[in-house]
Design a protein around this ligand. Structure first.
Ligand SMILES: [Zn+2]
Ligand SMILES: [Zn+2]
Length: 318
């Protein structure tokens, strides 16, 4: 019996996941850690490993179907996948404490999960991510990431995807490939570049220190990365988070995610994948909280120009 459900907002066509079981998740201050070696979930830690989320928002126990239809009150069962990836046996470590080889091993688990979930024709989008810290709602201290397999394309990705498909149709080019060229001409928002990847505070960043990291080659899914590209991501991502921490002189809460191409959807080859690093921290003292302009209008007001943020991130990148 599924405890969660997916409801449709008929006014915006957005889907919302309701998951009352998540209220029972452990408090991060509890002493027992389910991700430490010796626990039921992780008897012996040898390398990063995937485990099923005990409090899943989405699961595949029942076939994907609408359980209620109608103009206003449509809902589906919460079909999908939710897994955790345990990063290390060190309970108090952070992602940024891990070496390049350990981080590469994590991304290999993200990659393999993407390949596994993609075999299910109901899955439309796979999101690997990590939430670190209380300010982005992390409930477990032990270093870990998560992977969600959605039966729909989440709205931000859907908007980006539609723009990419339209651009491809009109100009026969990838929008992101062209965007990278344009950012390279302007230079000032680039924080890092090597032969394989490029890190940018996008011209249109919603939050002060949003960073997008693109492969220079065009592809949409992590398992299309070469070894070299995977190594470049593994080197740069912790450095960007370190740079954010140096700016704020603290371990800032952040989320790290991989925005991949939609699956089982026509036109998906137009999508160019990227990693996204986001922190709600807007200066040393405070977080960006959402007010009416953002929550009612959906329009963000950002007090920091992306060019300023890129300069600080570049200066603090070691
Ligand atoms: Zn632990
Ligand atoms: Zn591209």
């Amino acid at each position: 019996m599924a405890e969660s459900e997916i409801r449709r907002n008929p006014f915006t066509n957005e889907l919302i996941i309701y998951s009352p079981a998540r209220q029972k998740r452990p408090d991060r201050k509890e002493e027992y850690c389910p991700l430490c070696s010796g626990s039921k979930e992780v008897p012996v830690f040898k390398k990063p490993l995937r485990i099923t989320n005990k409090y899943p928002s989405l699961d595949n126990r029942e076939d994907f179907k609408k359980v209620k239809t109608g103009t206003f009150f449509e809902k589906s069962n919460p079909y999908g996948f939710c897994e955790l990836v345990v990063y290390t046996k060190k309970h108090d470590a952070m992602f940024i404490d891990l070496n390049e080889e350990e981080i590469l091993a994590i991304f290999i688990e993200w990659r393999d999960a993407t390949m596994d979930f993609a075999k299910d024709s109901n899955i439309k989008y796979i999101l690997p991510f990590e939430n670190y810290g209380e300010d982005v709602g992390a409930t477990l201290i032990h270093p870990h990431g998560q992977i969600y397999g959605f039966p729909f394309i989440p709205p931000i990705v859907e908007k980006e995807f539609n723009a990419a498909v339209q651009y491809q149709k009109e100009r026969k080019q990838c929008m992101v490939c062209d965007y990278i060229v344009a950012e390279k001409e302007e230079k000032e928002r680039i924080i890092y570049e090597d032969d394989h990847i490029i890190g940018i505070v996008p011209y249109f960043a919603k939050y002060a220190y949003d960073v997008y990291i693109y492969p220079k080659r065009h592809y949409g899914l992590l398992h299309h990365s070469t070894q070299r590209e995977m190594e470049s991501f593994s080197t740069l991502l912790p450095k960007v988070i370190q740079s954010v921490n140096s700016i704020f002189n603290k371990k800032a809460s952040y989320s790290l995610s991989l925005n991949q191409s939609p699956l089982n959807t026509p036109g998906s080859a137009a999508f160019h994948m990227y990693f996204k690093i986001h922190t709600p921290q807007r200066n040393k003292e405070s977080l960006k909280l959402l007010g009416a302009v953002e929550t009612s209008g959906g329009t963000f007001i950002n007090g920091t120009l992306p060019e300023q943020a890129a300069k600080s991130l570049r200066n603090n990148l070691e």
